[in-house]
Design a protein around this ligand. Structure first.
Ligand SMILES: Nc1ncnc2c1ncn2[C@@H]1O[C@H](COP(=O)(O)OP(=O)(O)OP(=O)(O)O)[C@@H](O)[C@H]1O
Ligand SMILES: [Mg+2]
Length: 364
């Protein structure tokens, strides 16, 4: 099979250089005359153009064909994963008002490691050690954040901390995670065919996974009713599982799980659902893309339970913004809040020692 960059380059001559440039992570085409790219975390407008709308649309249609899909008036949206893992989403006119819109998220073969996240200032060594401890202690963890904030990269790091001897079941819509452990079972969902048949959802795969004796479930992203299946799995003894969700803050993450669980269509009283969320999720790791394009783990928070029907959380460690330098770079520091995790003693018993100084509040 062809390398995707050359495969895409066949259709996308005007953006060939970006496909080949490792520093470019996303290419966004808003009609033939407007192309934006994200390079080293920053958005730039390109001077490249497609010669016409028909040429751009033909490129999108060819990409669809190359992955065995249709992009036409009856199917005006394409959600495709290319052979090398790059993600392409396209919408054609008249839905896209100013011409064919395409976004390409290039696949990064060399996944970011925790050492790189520390080097980039996305987290400190102490923060990484806390996350490692949570994984080793089998805490159920959710990585939350906005679109493109680095959730999947952090989930990849989290899952890399799972000890090799455990049986891990991974469920994704499209393979992005790169676990290296030995005892690994990976599943990918399947979309319905053009007659609407054959769909296999995350929910279906969670059901299969629970019958396959998992020690850990790793679910790429929670977007809908599968949240309820995950909650039930977590509350019935699959501790140490992890996933990601789009949310604006740690507390919002819990409300989003609740909302997604309601999409399951199963009638469950809100109070019962809240107590399921509160007891299933132990730790939330919140990520953000900051104004200078950098991605950070901006908060690690522990879920304490419910009080008067409201979620109680305890921030353990977070990034505090100090200001923005004249060159636009974010300045800040990581700090504790004077709160220690409730699992400190448990960590001690397991021989995991946490640096108590990291939980102290830094005053700057
Ligand atoms: N800490 C980081 N430092 C620099 N770049 C990063 C960092 N984390 C992620 N990235 C880059 O940011 C882009 C988005 O990352 P990722 O896919 O993990 O985000 P996401 O939140 O899962 O996105 P989505 O909402 O689309 O699922 C990728 O190109 C990735 O390589
Ligand atoms: Mg993601």
């Amino acid at each position: 099979m062809q390398d995707t960059n050359s495969h895409l380059a066949l259709f996308f001559e005007p953006i060939r250089a970006y496909l080949e440039d490792e520093a470019v992570s996303e290419i966004m085409i808003n009609g033939p005359d407007k192309i934006f790219i994200e390079r080293a975390g920053k958005l730039e407008q390109s001077t490249q153009r497609f010669i016409s709308e028909p040429a751009l649309k033909a490129a999108a249609v060819n990409v669809a064909k190359s992955v065995g899909r249709l992009l036409n008036d009856d199917n005006p949206r394409l959600d495709a994963r290319l052979p090398d893992g790059s993600r392409v989403h396209a919408v054609i006119p008249p839905l896209a008002r100013a011409g064919t819109v395409i976004a390409i998220r290039k696949f990064r073969k060399d996944k970011l490691t925790i050492q790189q996240l520390i080097e980039y200032g996305s987290i400190t060594a102490e923060g990484a050690h806390l996350i490692d401890a949570c994984v080793k202690l089998h805490k159920n963890m959710i990585v939350s954040g906005a679109t493109s904030s680095g959730k999947t990269c952090v989930l990849n790091v989290l899952s890399s901390y799972i000890p090799d001897k455990e049986r891990i079941l991974v469920i994704e819509d499209a393979t992005e995670l790169q676990l290296q452990q030995n005892h690994l079972v990976c599943f990918e969902t399947r979309k319905a065919d053009k007659n609407g048949n054959g769909e296999v959802t995350i929910r279906d795969l969670i059901h299969s996974s629970l019958r396959l004796r998992p020690d850990r479930l790793v679910i790429g992203e929670i977007r809908g009713g599968e949240a309820l299946d995950l909650l039930q799995a977590l509350n019935t003894g699959h501790a140490g599982s992890m996933s990601t969700i789009h949310a604006n803050s740690c507390i919002d993450c819990l409300s989003r799980i609740e909302t997604c669980a309601l999409l399951s269509g199963i009638d469950i009283p809100l109070t019962a659902l809240r107590s399921q969320v509160a007891s299933a999720i132990d730790v939330v790791v919140h990520t953000a893309r900051l104004s200078d394009g950098s991605r950070k783990i901006v908060a690690i928070s522990e879920v304490l339970g419910l009080k008067n029907g409201e979620y109680q959380m305890r921030d353990l460690y977070a990034f505090k913004l100090k200001g923005i330098a004249p060159d636009g770079n974010i300045q800040g520091f990581f700090t504790g809040f004077g709160n220690t995790p409730t699992f400190l003693e448990e960590a001690g018993l397991m021989g995991i020692s946490l640096d108590m100084a990291m939980f102290e509040q830094v005053r700057c």
